[in-house]
Design a protein around this ligand. Structure first.
Ligand SMILES: [Zn+2]
Ligand SMILES: [Zn+2]
Length: 135
């Protein structure tokens, strides 16, 4: 169990909760690259309902590379991507790890969508990498 706390760049959106991070991954999908404006997303999955969110999030209803729906929640004032969730994973919500106040404990176990990883990204040896989504 970890105490999780974070928020967007401008501080309008904050989230917190005591939750067990059950999934940590680095996602190299094209849509994460576009949304985050950078090479990949570091995501931490926690049980849905474990987080209390204050402030106003806006939601972009995205369709993933595999055709599944992904709801991407972001701060409408500063644009920080905060949370995402997908009907394919109804038990979890995924935190964009860069929004955590303290991300020192984050240790992704897998890389997904490695086939679209940017050339400047090195995937460490010994960390499992899947070309697409392992599901
Ligand atoms: Zn903000
Ligand atoms: Zn992705």
């Amino acid at each position: 169990m970890a105490h999780i706390e974070g928020g967007c760049l401008c501080g309008q959106v904050r989230f917190s909760g005591d939750a067990e991070p059950v999934f940590q991954a680095i996602c190299h999908c094209k849509n994460c690259q576009k949304q985050a404006g950078t090479a990949y997303s570091v995501i931490v999955g926690v049980p849905r309902g474990a987080l209390t969110v204050t402030g106003t999030l806006k939601t972009y209803h995205d369709k993933g590379d595999s055709g599944g729906t992904v709801d991407r929640h972001f701060c409408p004032d500063c644009g920080s991507p905060i949370l995402s969730d997908a009907p394919a994973n109804p038990a979890l919500v995924f935190i964009k790890a860069g929004t955590l106040d303290d991300a020192s404990w984050v240790a992704p176990q897998i890389h997904i969508w490695a086939e679209s990883a940017m050339a400047c990204t090195t995937i460490p040896a010994g960390v499992p990498a899947f070309p697409k989504n392992p599901g």
